[in-house]
Design a protein around this ligand. Structure first.
Ligand SMILES: [Zn+2]
Length: 179
């Protein structure tokens, strides 16, 4: 049996991971709770902090934008648990090497994305306007490529990969020079 079902599920998960981080980073001013973010909290059953806690936490974390760190972490951990459960039955379609790679990726999944979020959410704002700002946003978060910022994936088949590996354990494609 091929790893197709696994790859499909993995892609779904990394796509959702990207969306969670992007929606959280879109929250401005920091600590607000727009509808788009509230939906993720509901989706992952993460309790929403009350108004006072929200503003306190974003101030303490020195966030320049974004949802409170604690809420984001809650969502990411919940997604990682869910991913692990959803992928479990598909692992028997994988080789030992592939399964080990998945194990490692799932292990660092939530923490890597969270570190990325923390960096972005506390970044000092650059003064950018109009077209320049739209372009910068597009480059940072536009399209599917953004997920490579949180989870390393093969550009060819979207499978999980490790930074040090040179060929993809799933499709055999070259990984050198791809970040
Ligand atoms: Zn691949």
């Amino acid at each position: 049996m091929s790893a197709d079902a696994f790859l499909q599920e993995w892609t779904r998960i990394t796509t959702e991971l990207t969306q969670v981080v992007e929606t959280a980073l879109d929250v401005e001013p920091p600590g607000e709770c727009p509808e788009a973010w509230a939906r993720w909290l509901t989706r992952f059953e993460v309790p929403r902090l009350d108004e006072e806690r929200r503003s306190e936490e974003v101030r303490e974390a020195k966030q320049t934008k974004g949802a409170p760190l604690r809420e984001v972490q809650g969502c990411l951990e919940s997604l990682a648990r869910e991913a692990s459960a959803r992928l479990a039955p598909l692992r028997k379609t994988l080789s030992a090497e592939q399964a080990a790679l998945v194990e490692r990726s799932l292990h660092t999944f939530a923490s890597t994305a969270f570190e990325h979020y923390k960096t972005k959410a506390t970044e000092k704002k650059k003064k950018m306007f109009g077209a320049a700002k739209a372009l910068a946003n597009q480059h940072q978060y536009g399209g599917f490529g953004a997920s490579t910022g949180y989870v390393l994936t093969c550009v060819t088949c979207r499978a999980p990969r490790l930074g040090e590996s040179l060929t993809c354990a799933f499709c055999g494609g070259e990984l050198a020079g791809v970040s």
